[in-house]
Design a protein around this ligand. Structure first.
Ligand code: BES
Ligand code: ZN
Length: 876
């Protein structure tokens, strides 16, 4: 039986109570040292309302040196202290509280609070890390103005950074100090400091109202040549938020620091973002086109938090999506304005369908605004982030783009400097647009993916077409939940793929695209002016995060795949054809010939000269194995892999000449360029190579080896390496050795090298991953390394993770437990790989169940891993 966690206390949204005390001001003096850092804090504490409850401060892993109230040192007998709190009785309504503590950053392996990364000391406080720095009311609805003095040895820590503006600095002997002031009241999760031997690059930005901002990116000196792109992305984000949302930056400085050891991607600390190096560093030789986009998007994301999160912040952690979902949506808009908007939308929609829908299928299903949690770190989920972003997108569809921006301005102006809830954002839309969104609010409260069923009926005598749309909202135990308000965008095409203008009987409009608003379990929408049976294009732009069921013939799907003017629907029609084909092969292993509609449609896409080659590359790719698993009763990972591979191989055999021709035609020996069109050409060319490699022919292997060795950019080099790592041939080792030799001194590039081996379809993958754990480049305490090797095997290699003999599970479980002792957050993310165990065929289900029970029984399990495992084991 699973032991109960010692600290496994569940927190409920319904128990929220406003804080008993305010802390309007805090002065921190931090004397930095790797092992012994002294923190002196001086808090201005004010009682909130009329009560006599004590002040209960949070604090963990702190050595308490002294406590003073209004200048008088307290006798330890007059306060109460345990592992997680410090309780004091305050007589006056306003008090000055001075607390001195000591911490050991070098011993902090959780990377939460103040910790060491290489020679640098840095912090991560969201969500509850500040309590590992000093005693405080560590909750987001306590907002304070900070003044921070950092003091350290000059030679070891020449750079001393904190939030806000630098207001003073000086020296005393071998030490120096820097004083920072942040005038904007903020919750302590946005506090940050950095100290270390860092270099920087800088730029200046003039805001729309004419204020000058100094922008800097700090990194280790060897990484400085790779920071220019990030700095230009920051400028782009600043311009964009001014132009689109009218949001201006509000400090004289904006600093970004890149560190190698970081649990997450990046953190939006006010005026002092801290980033994982993987989202800052980018150069053609070391970063792929995808990496460049990620850097730009994450820089944008953290910058955009300055308003959605920092200026207007959260009342409590249940509201996390208020900042994350909203900011992801803003980031998606920013990104779409700088690249192919269609491709961006397809990628985002695909992520929701392949990842978030799976979260909804398993034990971690929860509403966008969760109702309870044990460990808040486990709720930085796909549901909170990307379903949350879809909910905001639907808001903007329902009230219109202009209305949405008015609502946002209202929200930012009205709640500036406050800590609010998701209800306030929806309320701002209602106020600005004069609409009733009470039903819409259920999106924040209901877990699960809505199922939408559509049936179409054509009445030729009346040139009339009716769509009957029903929605079904099952909860995790199969019960029914009330219907949601949601937008379904539709359009119609004729059999030749021509766009049709139908007249809606609802609003009388005659146009190509219509937005239908669902509110009831079943609704009918009629259109007139259609001379022949139209082909409906449904859920255009993925207008709602729902599972859509509609019976379109393969012919109709092929028409949409070739002609739909909505990129998402066009792509999706092709994916549906491909999915049906792969499932056909899966269900009948004797099949060895392709369906003609599918094969022809694929051929057309391959031969087409589409203006957007990035779209074309996406359209040619077959649905991922993890996604295919959502369409079968019980998952057989080997069967799914085999049928997908066979379909790919059969396509490659049929279209070998076209694929080769395309590959070579795109291989114009031009030097590398980073623009979107060149990147799109690379994507298309590497997709062709992907198909060709399934032929398992020496000539193609040679082509890939040549590409790897000749590449002047990481996109082409990595694409070739990944394909070669997928084949158990001598060329694999040659390629891996070549790559390693070239990049051994670049940790982020070695992460890619580890990853391609971890996701390989070769039979010896698990054994190889085991060996790689001992490779010189692997570091057990670096989150990037763990994700690249163990995380990639567990989450993106279904074939080998679900190895029949259980060796994949064994390896991941072992590493998970080893990691948990040092870094529970990273371990918890590995644990989620077992979440869907109930959906697998009996042999694997049994094995995964055993592994989960073993983990659950392990000694000293963290609260983070404990919660994930308990949820997975509990009967649904
Ligand atoms: N606030 C988060 C970072 C964070 C997450 C801190 C969890 C502590 C715990 C930040 O804004 C964020 O969302 N970062 C993402 C990247 C983003 C582009 C989605 C991340 O780190 O993965
Ligand atoms: Zn964020």
């Amino acid at each position: 039986m699973a032991p109960t966690q010692k600290h496994a206390q569940r927190v409920y949204l319904r128990d929220y109570a406003a804080p008993d005390y305010r802390i309007p001001g805090i002065e921190l003096q931090v004397d930095l040292d790797r092992e012994q850092t002294r923190v002196r804090s001086c808090l201005k504490v004010e009682r909130s309302g009329d009560h006599h409850r004590p002040l209960v401060l949070h604090g963990e892993k702190l050595d308490l040196i002294s406590v003073k109230i209004n200048g008088e040192t307290l006798d330890p007998a007059s306060y109460h202290r345990d592992d997680t709190t410090l309780t004091l009785n305050l007589r006056e309504p306003a008090t000055t509280l001075q607390i001195e503590t000591e911490i050991n950053p070098a011993a902090n392996s959780e990377l939460n609070g103040l910790y060491a990364s290489a020679d640098t000391l840095c912090t991560q406080c969201e969500p509850e890390g500040f309590r590992r720095i000093t005693y405080f009311l560590d909750r987001p609805d306590v907002l304070s103005v900070y003044r921070v003095t950092l003091r350290a040895l000059k030679d070891q820590y020449p750079v001393l950074l904190a939030n806000g503006n630098q207001v003073n600095s000086g020296e005393d002997g071998q030490h120096h100090y820097v004083i920072w002031e942040d005038p904007h009241p903020k919750p302590c999760y946005l506090f940050a400091l950095v100290a270390g031997p860092l270099q920087f690059i800088e730029d200046r930005f003039t805001t729309c109202s004419g204020r000058e901002v100094l922008l800097r990116i700090y990194a280790r000196s060897r990484d400085i040549p790779q920071c220019d792109f990030a700095l230009s992305a920051l400028r782009d984000a600043m311009i964009w938020d001014e132009k689109v949302y009218g949001c201006e930056y509000d400090l004289g400085q904006y600093n970004i620091v890149a560190v190698e050891d970081f649990n997450m991607g990046a953190m939006e600390n006010k005026g002092l973002n801290i980033f994982n190096t993987r989202y800052v560093l980018a150069q053609p030789a070391t970063a792929t086109d995808h990496d460049y986009r990620s850097v730009r998007d994450v820089i944008g994301h953290e910058y955009l938090h300055n308003w959605s999160g920092n200026r207007v912040t959260l009342r409590d952690w249940f509201q996390l999506s208020l900042k994350e979902g909203f900011t992801v949506f803003r980031e998606q808009q920013f990104s779409a304005d700088h690249d192919s908007a269609g491709v961006k939308r397809i990628e985002d929609a695909n992520l929701v369908r392949t990842q978030q829908f799976r979260e909804d299928m398993g034990p971690m299903a929860h509403p966008v605004r969760p109702e309870s949690f044990v460990e808040i770190n486990n709720f930085y989920t796909l549901t909170v982030y990307i379903k949350g972003a879809e909910v905001v997108r639907m808001l903007s569809l329902l009230v219109g783009a202009q209305g949405f921006l008015r609502g946002c301005s209202h929200y930012f102006e009205y709640y500036d400097g406050e800590a609010v809830t998701t209800d306030h954002l929806v309320g701002a839309m209602e106020a600005a647009c004069d609409v009733d969104l009470s039903q819409f609010r259920r999106w924040y409260e209901q877990a699960g993916t809505p199922r939408i069923e559509v049936a179409g009926d054509f009445y030729p005598d009346k040139s009339r077409y009716c769509l009957c749309i029903s929605q079904n909202n099952p909860d995790s135990s199969g019960g029914r939940q009330p219907p949601l308000q949601l937008p379904i965008v539709v359009a119609f095409f004729d059999a030749e793929g021509n766009a049709l203008n139908a007249q809606s009987e609802n609003d009388g409009r005659k146009q190509h695209e219509h937005t239908l608003v669902l509110t009831d379990p079943v609704q009918e929408f009629a259109f007139t002016g259609l001379k022949s049976q139209p082909i409906p294009s449904l859920l255009r732009g993925f207008s709602a995060p729902v599972m859509l069921q509609v019976d379109l013939s393969d012919q109709d799907l092929a028409v949409l795949a070739g002609h739909d003017d909505d990129p998402f629907c066009r792509w999706d029609a092709g994916q549906t054809l491909a999915r049906k084909e792969i499932l056909r092969w899966l269900n009948d292993p004797s099949i060895c010939a392709l369906d003609e509609h599918f094969a022809e449609s694929f051929g057309k896409t391959l031969r087409a000269e589409l203006p957007d080659r990035a779209f074309q590359a996406l359209a040619l790719r077959l649905p991922e194995e993890n996604y295919l698993g959502d369409f079968v009763e019980v998952i057989d990972p080997e069967g799914i892999h085999r049928s997908r591979w066979s379909v790919m191989q059969t396509l490659a055999r049929r279209y070998t000449d076209e694929l080769l021709e395309r590959y070579h035609a795109l291989d114009a020996k031009l030097p590398y360029q980073r623009d979107a069109a060149s990147a799109a050409a690379r994507a298309l060319r590497n997709t062709c190579l992907d198909y060709l490699m399934t032929l398992e022919e020496g000539s193609v292997t040679a082509l890939a080896l040549k590409q790897l060795k000749a590449a002047d950019n990481m996109t082409d080099a990595l694409a070739a390496l990944a394909l070669l790592a997928n084949q158990a041939l001598p060329a694999r080792d040659e390629a891996l050795a070549f790559f390693e030799d070239r990049w051994r001194e670049y940790p982020l590039v070695m992460d890619k090298w580890l990853r391609v081996q971890a996701v390989s379809r070769c039979e010896d993958t698990v054994a190889r991953v085991r060996d790689l754990i001992r490779h010189r480049c692997y570091q057990h305490d670096n989150p990037n390394k763990i994700h690249a090797l163990i995380g990639a095997l567990a989450h993106t290699n279904p074939l080998r993770f679900h190895e029949r003999d259980g060796s994949g599970y064994q390896l991941v479980a072992e590493q998970l437990l080893a990691t948990d002792a040092k870094n529970p957050q990273v371990a918890a993310r590995l644990a989620s790989a077992f979440n869907l165990w109930r959906h697998y065929e009996p042999g694997r289900r049994e094995r995964m169940h055993k592994v989960l029970q073993n983990i659950s029984g392990a000694e000293h399990l963290s609260r983070d891993v404990g919660e994930i495992i308990e949820r997975a084991l509990v009967k649904p």
